[in-house]
Design a protein around this ligand. Sequence first.
Ligand SMILES: *Cc1c(COP(=O)(O)O)cnc(C)c1O
Length: 340
Amino acid sequence: MARSLVTIDLAAIRHNARVLAERIAPAELWAVVKADGYGHGAGDVGGAALDGGASVLCVASVGEGIELRKALAQPRILVLGPTGDDELAHACDAALELVALDERVPEDVPVHVKLDTGMGRWGLSEFEVPGRSVVGVMTHLATADTDAGFAAWQLERFRQATEPYAERYVRHAAASAAALTIPESQLDAARCGIALYGIDPFGEDPARFGLRPALRWESEVAQVRRLAPGESTGYGRRFVATEETWIGIVPVGYADGFRRDLTGTNVVVDGRRAPVVGTISMDALAVRLEGPAEPGAVVTLVGDGVTLEEHARVADTIAYELACGIRAAPGRGRTRVIDG
Ligand SMILES: *Cc1c(COP(=O)(O)O)cnc(C)c1O
């Protein structure tokens, strides 16, 4: 057992891609694999998403696009974020498609013009008559997961600005939350990230959309301690035993992506839920056991019913942030890729 073992199931990615592609058809599914596939591995996830019916892969930067191109020679790759002037030639060599976020529209690569319809971030506020390299026009919704009314208003603005060009350019606006719940947002394509990984964009239960989590994270109980009343575990003595308490020490901490604000969340030890107690250290955390136990028990940090959505609620964040923070690289852990 590695001290930190992440397992990525490509069959789940393929399944989720199929579910999404069917749900949004005839709109195309574009798979978002930025941030190394939300921590799942961009190359493997990208391949599985294409197998499941995605037609384009999206990344955040030219650097990510170049890396992904090394793994996947064929697919269209769209860079969603800004491109520096010094990156243009490299983007061209790697056959990437780019997004124009302001008036500067690159010439020799396919370009998608981004309109800012209410996100207040990247994009043009007016749609100018675009240059000859333009193949698409897009926007991004600020509240698809929280305020359907504002999302509908943004979509209406986008529709009005781009209607005359509907035949000429591919139009795309939806990410996962909108693609799953706002049919009018699907247009010609939807750029889905989080749902592809089997994570609910609303932080609830992905099963309600037929999605399956693709990531499992395990470690083990490396040491078992008995605390007498008054004894504590970890920095700051944040957990002090009030009665005889059995504690398992797990060699995973915030440096591995198990954040400090996850104290109080549950993991699974030997098939049973167990709370994380005390301060999470850089390389270790403590779980409260039901009684005496031997070291070596498997600890499921994500999986066996414990979800990233659930951890995110405890940490007062979103599952996206937790997923891309998990690190199980050689030296500290291992990531293995399975298929089914
Ligand atoms: C990250 C991103 C997406 C994917 O969002 P999800 O909520 O993960 O589906 C779509 N479009 C843009 C522009 C993005 O930056």
